[in-house]
Design a protein around this ligand. Structure first.
Ligand SMILES: [Zn+2]
Length: 264
């Protein structure tokens, strides 16, 4: 399994793109979240990923920095499907809130009155539901956000590698059973611990690098990926966050830049 990070920043960043990524396994690709806009199309292009290669999409929650980019994908899909009737139908997975917004938005913003959204399959997943995607087993779960309904997932490969994504929420009760002993944990980290008074991540229900590391350690995660960060330290964050992770996690911790790929 491979991850291509299309964006690594929080909602308000300007020096990188909002957090979203493409998962790839067995020659299939799934987009996870869309970031906040049309820059998603640029990031896909720069990553060398064609739209027709993406067979599925998962959206964690309805915040603008995660959902809005999906409308640009829907626009492209609709245009392509109109031109080429054999265009592969894309599957969008999420919980009921997000599916309702995407379906309504698709109809209202992109389709004419007599058109039906039949080039996209909108699939509502429930808490704990398991599905085979990319040839791997995905379990979707409610992360337990106090702000807005948000789902994460655990992907398990036949080789025994497990990847747990918590969206842009820190590890809470909803994610605990899934994150326990996982091979890879993707956890948000807004800023370095030393700069928490400057960025005040806890006010927004986000974590410092130290918090994320302690959470990863508490569930015995083997590897950690930190994302959804501030962007004022964009050039130093690998070093700065990496040093902090060495102190509080002590295992492999990756702080990816936009367009970086990670082989799991
Ligand atoms: Zn976010």
């Amino acid at each position: 399994m491979k991850i291509t990070m299309l964006g690594t920043g929080h909602a308000g960043v300007t020096e990188c793109y909002n957090t979203c990524f493409v998962l790839e396994d067995h020659g299939e690709k799934m987009l996870v979240d869309g970031g906040g806009g049309n820059i998603l199309l640029r990031q896909l292009k720069r990553a060398g990923i064609e739209l027709h290669e993406i067979g599925s999409i998962f959206v964690t929650h309805k915040h603008l920095d995660h959902i809005t980019g999906i409308f640009w994908i829907l626009r492209r899909i609709h245009q392509s499907a109109k031109r080429d009737p054999s265009f592969r139908k894309i599957c969008i997975y999420s919980h009921a809130d997000v599916i309702s917004i995407l379906k309504t938005g698709y109809k209202m913003l992109l389709l004419s009155e007599d058109e039906e959204p039949d080039d996209v399959a909108f699939v509502t997943v429930s808490d704990g539901e398991q599905l085979q995607i990319l040839g791997d087993q995905f379990t979707f779960f409610d992360v337990g956000s106090k702000r807005v309904c948000q789902y994460g997932f655990k992907a398990e490969t036949l080789q025994g590698i497990s990847l747990v994504c918590l969206g842009d929420e820190y590890l809470q009760a909803g994610g605990l059973p899934y994150a326990q002993n996982c091979t890879w944990l993707m956890h948000e980290a807004f800023c370095a611990e030393a700069e928490k008074d400057l960025y005040r991540p806890h006010r927004m229900n986000h974590s410092t690098v130290k918090d994320a590391c302690e959470n990863a350690k508490s569930v015995n995660a083997e590897n950690l990926i930190l994302y959804h960060t501030e962007d004022q330290r964009i050039n130093e964050r690998k070093q700065l966050y990496g040093d902090e992770a060495a102190l509080y996690f002590g295992r492999r911790c990756i702080i990816p830049d936009d367009l970086e790929t990670i082989d799991l």
